[in-house]
Design a protein around this ligand. Structure first.
Ligand code: ADP
Ligand code: MG
Length: 448
């Protein structure tokens, strides 16, 4: 008998060469997904990892039929998907329960589209609530429950229709550490127990350890535009121990892939005779959309607690999501205040000088560093020629220089940095950018 593709089980849901372009509020096109091929196979627990803003939720929405790709195909069981995928249920990050319904009624909402009689519905609801371990709470209202319990009911609601594919979008990230860990473990045991009927899980997360703990296949999404980067099989036996060296090895492979991608790794540059080469000066490079205050916060935290050098520990300390921490670190790095060998974050000489300088000294150093970033010369060059420049003109230039970035947000961040540096200011009434007057001491307080 000839072998055909029919011997392989068809993916539950699949994206083929999917591209997605959004049009931003300002009318610019933002390419969010580029040529995505991704299949959720029967029986697998697939994790999609990526920093925030890389396009994970958009992929989940395309796979489940909530969003239509700009081009490419979405398949369900090998056939083109039409509308919302009836095989999928989604659990979101926030606990989206209707406050006016009891939790039992909320779970029943998951069956609304099904044709079942009352008794069948009731049995399915009871079963889902039992499965998720909340048998005593049928009649409670969401407000009476903790965040962890509410998220459990969201899972019950997603499971009640016995979906072929359960989709989780950062479903654990709003829970406290212990609750999240419990719920992850329970979900893994449900998925592993044949009687649960739960087959494929597609989870989106920015948490590397969570992906390594749960998934048997991990796909890392590269940002701007979202592209499939690394794909890893994870055959570690369950239950997984995060202290296991193999577990840690996977975490660091993924971690390194993500950070080397996010932190600027710059191409070789042509040396200018007699001048030291500094990084990232000659090519147009985007800037992380991070307020100045967060950069200063990171630097003073590093100054106050020099023992904190690991990027994970720093992330915990400042209480930000890992992806956000990376952005702050990247911002400080392109300003040459810190360097990031491997998972370490260290001050440069300039960074040390900056944190120990007084306010005036800091502005001066910051100004010099901002001046070195090519992107800012879009504005600086215009301000040399004109007293003031329209916001719209600058945004247009940013959009053509950095086609994968959001030009409005980049503009706002540039103004914030440029203002702290004393290089530029913006009048929101006239929508004009201008060169500020010499800053006197009394005004300076306003800038910080
Ligand atoms: P993630 O889930 O990885 O954080 P998203 O898929 O939510 O990323 O978003 C990816 C990018 O697409 C972001 O820059 C976001 O601002 C943009 N985006 C998402 N949805 C829309 C939309 N409806 N309109 C315009 N831009 C969007
Ligand atoms: Mg998201």
């Amino acid at each position: 008998m000839p072998h055909t593709n029919h011997d392989l089980p068809l993916p539950v849901a699949e994206l083929n060469a999917v591209n997605k372009v959004f049009v931003t509020g300002g009318g610019h096109e933002l390419k969010v997904l580029e040529n995505i091929d991704l299949a959720v196979r029967p029986g697998e627990l697939l994790a999609l990892l990526g920093q925030s803003g890389s396009g994970k939720s958009t992929i989940l929405r395309c796979l489940t039929g909530l969003v239509e790709p700009s081009s490419g195909r979405v398949l369900r069981n090998g056939k083109p998907l039409d509308g919302v995928n009836p095989d999928a249920s989604i659990v979101f990050q926030t606990f989206a329960l209707y406050p006016w319904l009891t939790v039992e009624q909320n779970v029943a909402v998951g069956l609304m589209s099904r044709t079942m009689d009352r008794a069948e519905k009731q049995a399915a609801v009871d079963r889902a609530i039992e499965m998720i371990g909340l048998g005593n709470y049928h009649a409670a209202y969401p407000r009476e429950l903790s965040g962890g319990m509410r998220q459990r009911f969201c899972m019950a609601r997603a499971l009640v229709s016995q979906p072929k594919m359960l989709c989780l979008d950062e479903a654990f990230s709003a829970l406290d550490v212990l609750t999240a860990e419990n719920l992850r473990q329970e979900l893994i045991s449900l998925w592993r127990s044949p009687s649960s009927g739960l087959s494929s899980i597609f989870m989106v997360t920015h948490n590397i350890e969570e992906a390594v703990e749960m998934a048997n296949r991990i796909v890392v999404l590269f940002p701007r535009p979202g592209r499939i980067g690394l794909v890893l099989e994870n055959n570690l036996p369950y239950p997984r121990d995060s202290r296991d060296p193999e577990f840690q090895r996977l975490v660091s492979i993924i971690h390194e892939t993500i950070t080397t991608l996010n932190l600027p790794d710059l191409p070789p540059e042509t040396a200018i005779a007699g001048q030291p080469i500094s990084r990232g000066r000659s090519r147009m490079e985007s800037i992380p959309l991070v307020p100045v205050g967060q950069i200063l916060g990171l630097l003073s935290m590093m100054h106050d607690t020099p023992e904190l050098t690991n990027i994970y520990d720093i992330s915990d300390e400042i209480g930000k999501e890992f992806g956000e921490t990376i952005s702050i670190v990247k911002a400080a790095e392109i300003l040459d205040f810190i360097e990031t060998p491997k998972q370490e974050v260290r001050f440069t000489e300039l960074g040390k000088k900056f944190v120990s300088a007084d306010r005036k000294g800091r502005h001066a150093i910051f100004s010099e560093q901002v001046y070195k970033l090519r992107l800012f010369h879009i504005i600086i060059a215009l301000l040399k020629e004109y007293e003031e420049v329209e916001e719209a003109k600058i945004i247009k230039d940013i959009a053509s220089a950095l086609p994968y970035d959001n030009p409005e947000k980049t503009f706002q961040t540039m103004i914030a940095w440029g203002r702290y540096a004393g290089l530029m200011d913006f009048n929101p009434k006239t929508r004009m950018v201008f060169v500020p007057e010499e800053v006197d001491a009394s005004e300076e307080a306003r800038l910080v």
